[in-house]
Design a binder for this molecule. Sequence first.
Ligand code: NAD
Length: 232
Amino acid sequence: MQISISEHSSVVFFTGAGLSAESGVPTYRGAGGIWAQYRYEDYACQRAFDRDPQRVLHFHELRRASVLACAPHAGHAALAAMQAAHPRVQVVTQNIDGMLQRAGVRVDAELHGSMWRMRCTQHGIRDDFSGGAYASRKCEHCAAWLRPDITWFEDSIDEAVFARAGKLISECSLFVAVGTSAVVYPAAAFVPLAKRSGAQLVEINPETTEASSLFDRHIALPASQALTTLFV
Ligand code: NAD
């Protein structure tokens, strides 16, 4: 049965790495996942960056180049079309890859930051879309190393972004989780929050997850197929 978006006052799509999987971006969990090949302690935490910033930045440049070689798929385009037709369709993502934005989707909250931004502790955040390689590895104001503006292991979350996402989710009447294992906290807590707030919950994932029992419907399809056929 199809879901009519216009019957809902507010809709939140909550997306995870599985949304990008069909574009060729590796997911986090399972075979072929990034952390099955690399130790995060060497590449994706502040301690590793403080020890050897060049090594960590080089690793992230390789990831940027591999994401640039991928293209958004029909599911991303379907989300962009839904937003264009219904302004109350909002997107909260755990993804850092920028694929949604490349497809023309307006992302309301990037919970874990973006690989297309850099951050200086003193001089703040700047965009960096220069390609695989960063435009600059050092801050132009103070020459300190710039770090990727993403949430690494052991980092604290961005409280303001989580608060904004929590507000959108607690006010929505339809909550659609797409391609998330719903085990990475605190983002995973948005599923029970949507439930408590009285939204209708739909899960799009070829596999069941630890959170599946909370959902009203589980759509066992890849994101591209579900997003292009389920919603009217
Ligand atoms: P996850 O890797 O833990 O889970 C991915 C889920 O997607 C799995 O449940 C899997 O069954 C499902 N999936 C696989 N193919 C799918 C498809 N075609 N359609 C729909 N679902 C599919 O991902 P997560 O829950 O987002 O948690 C991973 C964490 O790591 C996040 O915090 C995220 O920030 C980060 N991460 C981001 C990216 C990215 O930006 N693309 C990639 C890897 C990891």
